[in-house]
Design a protein. Structure first.
Length: 252
């Protein structure tokens, strides 16, 4: 598998890399040989991750990026190219969720979620695609969610943003295939993180776990196979695909 997913010589930029899935993606890609640009609004949060990757023999660079700001995105790509070389892989991972009943969501709440989760992927994806197309291609990986296909209560803005991202992935793939840029998505199911672990120990959380056919939460490394596949040349004939990693949640 290591040879199949060898990313030596490639540069990957991961948004929302300061914690959770983004940090996991960065670590996995670095382990496979990629030079990784760790992007977040505040680079201070990235220092520990950068040090961990470098101590394991990897190459990492922390870069400030606000995915809702086109100028910030452009500057981050320029800085990454200067430090690590042109970006071959973009992982559009930055995202937020605001949990409120539909009748209580404010316009500001709605805009915050859609601007980060959907518009942010559009802006970063467009910047990456312009640069990749000039060099003969690349891979853009959008991190969607099973909640882009199914819905649960009190997350209407999040569900809408991820449904939009799945369709944006397909639309991008259709247009960018001719310039060598592949665009795919990963749709994680319920992945255990420090943020949600306490909830999943509650009665409501345990009930949700029982609804997953595998009867367990996903772990961050359960996404390793999908991210390595889509970042590497092993997926050279894949574009417009949504790789679901959910323990059977959608079929359950």
């Amino acid at each position: 598998m290591a040879d199949t997913f060898d990313l030596t010589g490639k540069t990957a930029l991961i948004t929302g890399a300061s914690q959770g899935l983004g940090a996991g993606f960065a670590t996995t890609l670095a382990r496979a040989g990629a030079k990784v640009a760790l992007a977040a609004r505040q680079t201070g949060k990235l220092k520990t991750l950068k040090a961990e990757i470098e101590s394991a023999g990897g190459v990492a660079h922390a870069v400030a990026m606000d995915v809702t700001d086109p100028a910030s995105i452009h500057a981050a790509f320029d800085e990454t190219e200067a430090a690590l070389g042109p970006v071959d892989v973009l992982v559009n991972n930055a995202g937020i969720a605001i949990t409120k009943p539909f009748l209580e969501i404010s316009e500001a709440d709605w805009d915050a979620v859609l601007d980060t989760n959907l518009k942010g992927c559009f802006l970063a994806g467009q910047e990456a695609a312009k640069r990749m197309s000039q060099r003969g291609g690349g891979s853009i990986i959008n991190i969607a969610s099973v909640l882009g296909s199914e819905v649960i209560g009190q997350l209407s803005s999040y569900c809408a943003s991820k449904a939009g991202l799945i369709h944006l992935t397909k639309a991008m793939a259709l247009e960018l295939a001719r310039v060598g840029v592949r665009v795919n998505a990963i749709a994680p199911g319920y992945i255990e993180t420090p943020i949600n672990s306490d909830f999943f120990k509650s009665p409501a959380g345990e009930k949700m776990i029982k609804g997953i056919p595998q009867r367990r939460l996903g772990q961050p490394d359960d996404l390793d196979g999908a991210i390595l596949l889509l970042a590497s040349d092993a997926s050279r004939y894949m574009t417009g695909s949504v790789v679901t990693v959910d323990g059977g949640f959608l079929v359950g």
